[in-house]
Design a protein around this ligand. Structure first.
Ligand code: AMP
Ligand code: MG
Length: 314
């Protein structure tokens, strides 16, 4: 299949309207979308990604006013979160309406819904004029793409259209919050921090170990580059004999010369650069990637989740 590149969101949306799949930029990572109401279209996402069918997809809407088109109820605390963080990098898990078919939710009675704030994503969703189911636009298990070039590396020939935008602002996926219980439960740490959520709903908690059951996708290997990832507390832990064939990303500058070094300005910069750095390391054929650990708070919670998964520690 020929993969067409376009910077026209209306043209990209026409593929959705024809029942096809399209990759598009968002502020978190690039997504691979299809008409969420159409099971045949949605099945093309699973085929292109090689994604297990028991891993549900997030449904994207252009406006938070559409939440109740895909969900049957919005508890007051979920409404408060939507009011504060939508549009933005937050996914709410709500009881679904039947308009969303089983293939999207992996048979669950709930649906994950997100309203991206990226202007191109917004225009694309408005032109598609339907809820768009979209996971990240990578082959299953791989790091999420944060550039349109990375989407092509992952999926060229497997989809008919890529909507071109700039590099994703956050570089980390959305925060997934289960709103079907008494209080908000964070199933996946992401670009909206636990601290930010608690400012709006103080009873918000991390789901921790039961997240694997509640959020089926969390049980699979994720975000793994083809190069071995090792976590270090500081670049001084990098063995000298490995340094010339190794890469490093972190906040502290290493003293040794390495094959590839990225020193980030802070957590946001680290998050934004991580997945693209993994891809550059693959292309440069480095033997090991050393990633500096950060504290598990603020954006560091999501960053450490991705780092631990990339290092196959989760
Ligand atoms: P991805 O779009 O590939 O970043 O993955 C979507 C994430 O959202 C996965 O971890 C899913 O398990 C989770 N998710 C999507 N829909 C639901 C849902 N209805 N209930 C719980 N988790 C969900
Ligand atoms: Mg993904």
């Amino acid at each position: 299949m020929l993969t067409e590149l376009t910077d026209d969101p209306v043209k990209a949306a026409q593929f959705i309207r024809k029942g096809e799949i399209v990759a598009f930029p968002t502020e978190t990572v690039y997504g691979l979308g299809a008409d969420a109401r159409n099971p045949v279209s949605v099945s093309k996402i699973f085929a292109a990604k090689g994604r297990p069918t028991d891993n549900p997809l997030i449904v994207h809407i252009a406006d938070k006013l559409q939440l109740l088109e895909v969900a049957r109820e919005l508890p007051p605390f979920a409404e408060a979160l939507a009011e504060r963080f939508m549009p933005g990098p937050l996914t709410l898990v709500l009881f679904r309406r039947r308009i969303i078919p089983d293939i999207v939710t992996a048979g669950l009675d709930t649906v994950g819904v997100r309203c991206p704030q990226h202007p191109l994503a917004q225009e694309f969703l408005r032109a598609a004029a339907c809820p768009v189911a979209a996971p990240s636009a990578n082959r299953s298990g791989r790091p999420s793409p944060t550039t349109w070039r990375a989407v092509l590396t992952e999926l060229e020939g497997l989809l008919p259209c890529v909507l071109k935008g700039e590099q994703s602002h956050f570089g980390l996926e959305s925060t997934v919050v289960d709103c079907t219980g008494e209080m908000p439960l964070v199933l996946r740490a992401g670009a909206v921090t636990l601290e930010q959520l608690c400012q709006v709903v103080p009873s918000t908690r991390l789901a921790e170990c039961n997240a694997k059951v509640r959020s089926p996708g969390m049980k699979y290997r994720h975000y793994c580059p083809r190069v071995n990832v090792v976590l270090v507390n500081s670049p001084q832990e990098i063995p000298m004999e490995l340094s010339t064939r190794s890469a490093y990303i972190g906040l502290v500058t290493p003293k040794l010369p390495l094959q590839k070094t990225v020193v980030c300005e802070g957590l946001e910069d680290y998050a934004r650069q991580l997945f693209e750095f993994f891809r550059e390391c693959e292309m440069a054929n480095v033997e090991q990637i050393f990633c500096q650990t950060v504290e598990d708070r603020g954006l560091g919670l999501a960053l450490m989740d991705r780092l631990r998964r990339a290092a196959a520690m989760l």
